[in-house]
Design a protein around this ligand. Sequence first.
Ligand code: NAD
Ligand code: FE2
Length: 386
Amino acid sequence: MLSSFTTFSFPTTTLFGAGALKELPARLAQIGLRRPLVVTDGGLLNTDAFCSLAAALGEKAQGDRWFLYSGVHPNPIENDVREAAEAFRQNACDGIIAIGGGSPLDVGKAARVLVKRPGFNLAKFYDETDWSGLAPFIAIPTTAGTGSEVGRSSVITLDATKRKGVLFHPQLLAKLVILDPELTRGLPPKLTAATGADALTHCIESFTCPVFHPMCDGIALEGIRLIVEALPRAYRDGHDLTARGKMLVAAAMGAIAFQKDLGVVHSMAHPLSTLCGMHHGLANALCLVAGMKFCAARKPGLYRRVGIACGFDLMKVPGIEADRITIEFIGQFLADLGLNTKLREHGVKPAQLDALVAQAVDDPCHKTNAVPVEKEDFRKLYLEVL
Ligand SMILES: NC(=O)c1ccc[n+]([C@@H]2O[C@H](COP(=O)([O-])OP(=O)(O)OC[C@H]3O[C@@H](n4cnc5c(N)ncnc54)[C@H](O)[C@@H]3O)[C@@H](O)[C@H]2O)c1
Ligand SMILES: [Fe+2]
């Protein structure tokens, strides 16, 4: 076994380091997987990341010792999960390797539910409590944003509601995560920025949400520090493997932190994906500053420690001033990544406002926001960023 990679467990066993993917065959043998199903999306098939995976598994062994489902949509739908589970059954697979961004990772994670219970309606996920015995799952992210690889949840747009549903259960956790910065080298700057902004939003919203979880708070602050340092570098130079590695770790930290929960920005972002097809990270990025201003106005000083994590000396500054400095910094940080556009520049229409507001109010994330959010608040917030 190669010794140049780092392995740690928190709680998922994570193999970290440039080139770590090469260890996959040895790890598959350890776990006892002989016929894995690889779950990904069509876009990934043309990337170096996917070629590296195919090489690691043996290109000629596809259809014999490993199998492929590549039909995952961005903002995945229930049918993607059904199809992946069907491919698993048809090929008598014994585990799932998901490679890609949050979309394939979430589908790969959830497909095991339908492997265990064929024909099960995912909208009824919480009617069941025993999800033990799911097929082993290996997660290999190629974006650094969602952190889905270390999360216990899978975000799927459900048939029953046409909204993003979060399937959450500890049994959904991956058995092994491979964080290999080589696989994010080819991620284009726009996606690097948008997915990184998702990770940043996870860290900021989870730190400021009032649920008691001091461990997550510490992780969120360190995640912010890493993102502030590494995201501009990864955006400017995709081949900066140190920055790419830091972003992978920070994204995983963001997802661990949001076990605490999230807030108003994610409740604004989810309808922008389901109703307008917007990329999740971009949606968060375009709503983040408005959401922070909204919260700070009602809870002065909320962002002091976020600002300190960004590198400012704010210990003795009045709360309102600390918030102003922090929010101004985040606004400029996003602008430098090209993330300072308005929703309408991405095709969102004023006529969609009522539907967006209605879905945002129903979204569970804002229930744990730093301050309460009402329907009219969502309307004003959307108008601010429209
Ligand atoms: N489970 C969770 O905890 C969690 C958390 C946050 C978000 N999400 C979900 O994750 C999804 C978003 O995931 P995402 O932001 O990673 O995007 P994504 O998975 O939808 O991928 C976006 C695009 O990037 C491409 N891509 C991915 N890696 C690439 C690479 N290395 N090189 C070139 N192209 C590459 C894909 O082909 C795709 O076209 C949303 O559905 C969101 O709701 C889940
Ligand atoms: Fe997110």
